[in-house]
Design a protein around this ligand. Structure first.
Ligand code: CAA
Length: 295
């Protein structure tokens, strides 16, 4: 595999494009909006600069990696010579079905169609194509250049050959692939999201404050971020969407999203991406403080 097309230049898409370019693949980054592509490329350059400063990458490797990145706003032509496409668009099931149907029509027959979805069924996504054996989940974690895991999700019809290819590809990116089956939330979010939701319930019921809840999990369990800080980092809208997929998919009330989470999303307090969630993050200084609503 040489030619990788990444759909979506947001946080996950630019992180995925970053690691593929870093490890020698030709990458075509696609988004509907030109300014998102420019922002994505700037983020990749900034994160590679950070790696150079930490001696994780040489200046020459950075220049070569950036040279392997190209951009496009046209999905159809962008997949026409791809060996693997990885979709990292917004978590919206209809949007993903549309993208996969278009990619299936335009991509070469050998091309694997992967999704970075955090919770939408791979089997359902595959149903929009005529190649369900070549559709698979390749779920990276944020920040992509740092986190080692790739959750490799086999849909109902995903072939052994496709799974093997994606496992080998993950290893080529110096990641650790873990193979799982296609059920709501897969493994990562099935375990992570109930913990985050429970942390929000703990705050909502007044058991403890934001700082105290996060301190318990950081200092007591060795988590790098507390669950409320992590929820802000992931995006509260993303957490809510994943919990809803699990609530609906299992029909089990244990996945019911906390009313406080629902309210915060309705109020547009989505965490780091809007500058306010459980914490506020200053755009200029990046300083993190407890949000006024929770002081
Ligand atoms: N690109 C490149 N390098 C980056 C980076 C980026 N975007 N972000 C951080 N880094 C590097 C830093 O340069 C630093 O490198 P060194 O170890 O060589 O010094 C290292 O990562 C640690 O970063 P910092 O020192 O700036 O900060 P930190 O020690 O507080 O770590 C963190 C930051 C890595 C994000 C850490 O807090 C962490 O691991 N948090 C948990 C993240 C997590 O759980 N992610 C999964 C979220 S769930 C998900 O993504 C899936 C989903 O479907 C919702």
């Amino acid at each position: 595999m040489k030619n990788i097309t990444v759909i979506g230049a947001g946080t996950m898409g630019n992180g995925i494009a970053h690691v593929f370019a870093q490890y020698g693949f030709n990458v075509l980054l696609v988004d509907v909006v030109q300014s998102s592509l420019e922002k994505g490329l700037q983020t990749i350059a900034k994160n590679m600069e950070r790696q150079v400063a930490k001696s994780a990458l040489t200046e020459e490797e950075k220049t070569l990696a950036l040279g392997r990145l190209k951009t496009s706003t046209d999905l159809t032509t962008a997949v026409s010579s791809a060996d693997l496409v990885i979709e990292a668009a917004t978590e919206n099931s209809q949007l993903k079905l549309d993208i996969f149907s278009k990619m299936d029509a335009a991509a070469p027959a050998h091309c694997i169609l992967a999704s970075n979805t955090s919770s939408i069924s791979i089997t359902k996504i595959a149903s929009a194509t005529k190649r369900p054996d070549k559709v698979i989940g390749m779920h990276f974690m944020n920040p992509v250049p740092v986190m080692k895991l790739v959750e490799v999700i086999r849909g109902y019809s995903t072939s052994d050959e496709t799974t093997r290819a994606v496992i080998d590809l993950s290893i080529a990116l110096k990641k650790v692939p873990v193979e799982v089956n296609d059920y709501p939330g897969f493994v990562a979010n099935r375990i992570l999201m109930p913990m985050i939701n429970e942390a929000i319930y703990t705050l909502y019921e007044g058991v403890a404050g934001v700082e105290e809840i996060d301190a318990v999990m950081k200092l007591g369990m060795g988590h790098p971020m507390g669950p409320l800080r992590l929820a802000d980092f992931i995006g509260l809208d993303v957490c809510l969407a994943i919990l809803r997929v699990m609530y609906e998919g299992f029909g089990n009330s244990k996945y019911a999203p906390c009313p406080l989470l629902i309210n915060m999303v309705a109020a547009g307090k989505l965490g780091d991406k809007t500058g306010e969630g459980f914490y506020t993050v200053s755009r200029e200084t990046k300083e993190v403080r407890i949000s006024p609503a929770f002081v």
